[in-house]
Write a protein that binds this ligand. Structure first.
Ligand code: PMP
Length: 405
């Protein structure tokens, strides 16, 4: 017990060196280290000690479709969605994956035509099904879809220009890389199409929660909701039991389940987030000294940070004069009960200088690493910049950006 506490009180090993004003600033990945500052302040609210004899079995609940899902994670996922109101959970199966990346692959596997049906006489399953998403799309979609050259599914590019009626459309909203709020562009009612909704960024720090999403397959992850990317836990909310079974089968064949230690940690972290909004006794002058401080509020922290960073970034782009950013949009947030602007986790930055065709190359020359628009099926005049790094790196980035002419 003591050893676990000592380890958790040490500075976390982040794998990234500290930055100085002339360092290379790497904002290529969406590494959510911005949230470390919040979790450092939460005391033991999200701390976990696991005795040596625990979490040893492969199984968590053999009566559940997802037999390796820890019941406590199931409970905390449902609780947090009820607190935030961003997704329906009643009537849905909760599935766990090693990051939502694994569940994305599981969804492709589950939605691809069953090759056994072609053996039974049909021709479904002979050709890989087309996987599409409106450009600019998350760069991992094509990479993850095609890296094993599956016979079941194949990347087919931009959904806007797709012709055909058998497909899987990936809808990312708010969208990575450009932060737009999206809906499916292909009509699955009049075709053989299926949709997967990647709602990794549908949380109040990034966007107003305008409706309770209730799609067939919805993907979420602690990476972007709480910042615990290293815990590698994602979850899917799935309506259809047969699809939930097939997705579970994929995870079983791929990794025989998902780390229980990680699931328990994710459950603890999600519980700490919900506690911040559900368990806040009224504080008076008297109780301030006798009661423990109220649980901290993650989404308040996240929103404050994102608002501040977006305003710094817009000021820097204006000072420089050679960059443009997407227009700010806003809406009424049913969670905060206030009108709020969208503050995307990535900036989709365009270099307007005529002589710069490769914005990522131009910024690299100034020791700022970003991801080229070309990797998202878009123009190389655009880059995607992570807005979720630590304060020191972000500050150096905006300073440097404002001086570029
Ligand atoms: N979907 C989107 C849109 C993402 O941006 C990311 C992370 N960059 C993921 C999924 C993957 O998340 P995870 O860490 O849970 O695998």
């Amino acid at each position: 017990h003591r050893r676990a506490r000592t380890a958790s009180s040490m500075a976390p090993s982040t794998g990234k060196p500290a930055v100085t004003p002339d360092s290379v600033i790497n904002l290529d990945h969406g590494d959510p280290t911005m949230f470390e500052a919040f979790w450092r302040e939460t005391g033991d609210a999200a701390e976990l000690v696991i005795p040596g004899w625990q979490t040893m079995s492969y199984f968590s609940d053999v009566t559940n479709v997802c037999w390796f899902l820890e019941p406590e994670l199931d409970r905390q996922v449902r609780r947090l969605h009820r607190v935030v109101g961003n997704a329906a959970v009643d009537g849905y199966h909760v599935l766990v994956g090693t990051g939502s990346t694994q569940l994305f692959m599981a969804a492709l596997y589950a939605l691809a035509p069953d090759s056994s049906s072609s053996a039974a006489g049909g021709d479904a399953g002979d050709e890989p099904i087309s996987v599409v998403s409106t450009a600019p799309y998350y760069s991992s979609y094509p990479a993850v879809t095609d890296f094993l050259r599956s016979g079941l599914f194949r990347w087919a590019g931009d959904a806007d220009t797709f012709k055909g009626d058998s497909y899987i459309e990936l809808v990312c909203s708010p969208n990575n890389p450009d932060g737009t709020i999206r809906e499916a562009v292909l009509d699955s009612k009049t075709s053989n199409g299926k949709t997967v909704h990647d709602l990794a960024y549908y949380w109040p720090q990034y966007t107003p929660i305008t409706k309770r999403a209730a799609h067939d397959i919805m993907l979420f992850t602690v990476s972007k909701s709480t910042g615990h990317a290293g815990t590698r836990i994602g979850w899917a909310l799935v309506k259809d039991r047969a699809i939930a079974r097939k997705m579970t089968k994929f995870v079983e064949l791929n990794t025989i389940g998902v780390s229980k230690d990680s699931q328990m940690r994710a459950a603890k972290v999600l519980a700490a987030v919900s506690d911040g909004y559900e368990r806040r006794p009224e504080q008076t002058k008297e109780t301030m000294t006798t009661h423990p401080p109220p649980p901290p509020r993650l989404f308040d922290f996240g929103r404050r940070k994102m608002v501040e960073r977006w305003s710094m970034l817009r000021a820097a782009a204006a000072a420089s004069g050679i960059f443009s950013l997407p227009e700010e949009t806003s809406g009424f947030c049913n969670f905060t009960k206030e009108t709020a602007a969208t503050n995307p986790a990535f900036a989709w930055l365009r270099c307007d200088r005529e002589d710069v065709e490769d914005c990522a190359g131009f910024l690299r020359g100034h020791k700022i690493l970003t991801r080229s628009g070309a990797q998202f099926g878009a123009d190389a005049r655009y880059v995607r910049v992570s807005m979720l790094d630590r304060d020191d790196a972000f500050d150096i980035f905006v300073n440097r950006l404002s001086s570029l002419k």
